[in-house]
Design a protein around this ligand. Structure first.
Ligand code: AR6
Length: 179
């Protein structure tokens, strides 16, 4: 399953699959504030990337303390095909009236900004916050795609490709319906 549109000269691609297997320069991790492996996509990324990812993340945690929701940091990708991992913390869903949409948008923007300032030209996102953190997928998809589109329009040519990697066919369909 694959869907592609063009936004201001950048390919915006949706695929169904495993983010740890993507051939992009950087993949995004839906991390926790302590940057420990945890479960979900984060556990998978730390497992596939190996100690180089986990140790670099732990070092950042020691130096900077917990990562605030909506911020992003970068580590090497270790054994992953991707050279870099950008770790961001999405909001925990608390009913939608606690600033969740703005915090989710901020998480996406922080990753895009960090990638752009590092000269990273291809980036893959998972569906941030829609697993353990409980954000409803349809609402998260709208925020994610609107935020990325707006960023690409504001920074034309910054990226060759931005990819969303949806783990389940159902999530893929949900994103494809709003892209
Ligand atoms: N590739 C792509 N997407 C995946 C993969 C994968 N290999 N594995 C899971 N997903 P979650 P959150 C999807 O829970 O909601 C962690 O324990 C998954 O189906 O990973 O932001 C952290 O340590 C879902 O659609 O992230 C935090 O404590 C999406 O990734 C907490 O979970 C996000 O689900 C973060 O929760």
């Amino acid at each position: 399953m694959r869907h592609e549109v063009e936004v201001a000269g950048t390919k915006l691609v949706l695929v169904q699959g495993d983010i740890t297997q993507q051939d992009v320069e950087a993949i995004v991790n839906a991390a926790n504030p302590d940057l420990t492996p945890g479960g979900g996509v984060s556990g998978a990324i730390h497992r596939a990337g190996g100690p180089a990812v986990t140790e670099a993340a732990a070092q950042i945690r020691r130096e900077r303390g917990p990562l605030p929701t909506g911020d992003a940091v970068i580590t090497p990708g270790g054994k992953l095909p991707a050279r870099w991992v950008i770790h961001t913390v999405g909001p925990v869903w608390r009913g939608g009236t606690h600033g969740e949409p703005e915090l989710l948008a901020r998480a996406y923007r922080s990753c895009l900004k960090l990638a752009r300032t590092r000269g990273i030209r291809s980036l893959a996102f998972p569906s941030i916050s829609t697993g353990v953190y409980g954000y409803p997928v349809a609402e998260a998809a709208r925020v994610a795609l609107q935020t990325v589109r707006a960023y690409l329009v504001a920074h034309p040519g910054a990226f060759g490709e931005v990819r969303f990697v949806l783990f389940s066919p159902r999530d893929f369909q949900t994103y494809a319906a709003v892209v």
